[in-house]
Design a protein around this ligand. Sequence first.
Ligand SMILES: *Cc1c(COP(=O)(O)O)cnc(C)c1O
Length: 240
Amino acid sequence: MELVPRITANLATVNARIAAAAAAAGRVTTDVRLVAVSKKFGPAHIEAAVAAGLQDLGENRVQEALLKQAATSAPRVHWHLIGHLQSNKTRKAAEAFDWIHSVDSVDLLRRLDRAAADCGRSPKLLIQVDLAGEATKHGAPEAEVQRILDAATTCRSVEVRGLMVLPPWSQNPEAARPYFRRLRQLRDDLRASGPDRSRLDQLSMGMSHDLEVAVEEGATMVRVGTALFGPRPPASPTLE
Ligand SMILES: *Cc1c(COP(=O)(O)O)cnc(C)c1O
């Protein structure tokens, strides 16, 4: 099948899954933003995704996203950085992304704020939380989240809008539920514990195989790749 009809059909399926999960949880579908994870796919997939009606695109590498942005003329797309951000790439990230889901230290937050001020941008940020205590994974330990939020009160150009989690991989979607539930609890506690935290309204959680569980637990953004685009190619075409 052609790219646009295929992505359009996949999008209908994903939207139906989100709608069913939202209805089951007594939530409104429009409160869940679908971030289409286009990593490893080339510009043709980006254009097709936009033609199919997707407006939020997620990439996990800064350089890869820049190459694709240069190669497409997709208008009115919101770009999301969902992968780890190295401190030497903060300037490019601040320029290229509207949302950055992977802030995990006070240092990275401050660098992003300076970079954003320099280039006249105001990206919105999420704190990635390492709820599993996995040393190999990125993300701030729970105890660090409060410190990042405190530091954010003095930021001028960036705004922390919520939390993100990437639970340990499991085929069973139910295995992710405790992590999603904990992230929401943490967000609710943080919101209640500080003044002016009402804008801490975003929860980025859930992927292709467990998005229903995430929506049931309160996700406001789901990051979906495979269910929209199919299996990813082994390498990024734009980087070869
Ligand atoms: C790749 C990726 C996704 C999407 O995964 P799928 O299983 O293809 O939906 C979501 N979040 C992050 C952080 C990713 O790196």
